[in-house]
Design a binder for this molecule. Structure first.
Ligand code: FES
Length: 91
């Protein structure tokens, strides 16, 4: 994925916006990543990625997505939605 690709599909939040937020705000808890345009407050799919971006303080794309194409990432989200498993959480 590239910096302008979406990480949070529910709120159209890009990797670049999330990394800049994490770098600037240095959130003490991953749940604060939701203050970046509501990321993670919809379906919950992106929460594990938001957690990794937070932990890296925005310095590098998390390995979990850096090698994924936007199409692969979107397909995995569609599968997450279709499976109707319990929603990812920040805790
Ligand atoms: S993709 Fe981020 S909350 Fe749904």
């Amino acid at each position: 994925m590239k910096p302008d690709d979406k990480v949070c599909y529910c709120y159209n939040v890009s990797l670049r916006k999330l990394q800049n937020f994490a770098r600037r705000e240095r959130p003490a808890h991953a749940s604060r990543m939701s203050e970046c345009l509501g990321a993670g407050t919809g379906c919950g799919w992106c929460i594990p990625i938001l957690r990794r971006i937070c932990e890296a303080a925005g310095e590098q794309p998390p390995e979990a997505i850096s090698d994924l194409s936007p199409a692969e990432y979107a397909a995995r989200r569609r599968a997450y939605i279709a499976e109707q498993k319990p929603r990812h959480t920040f805790d």
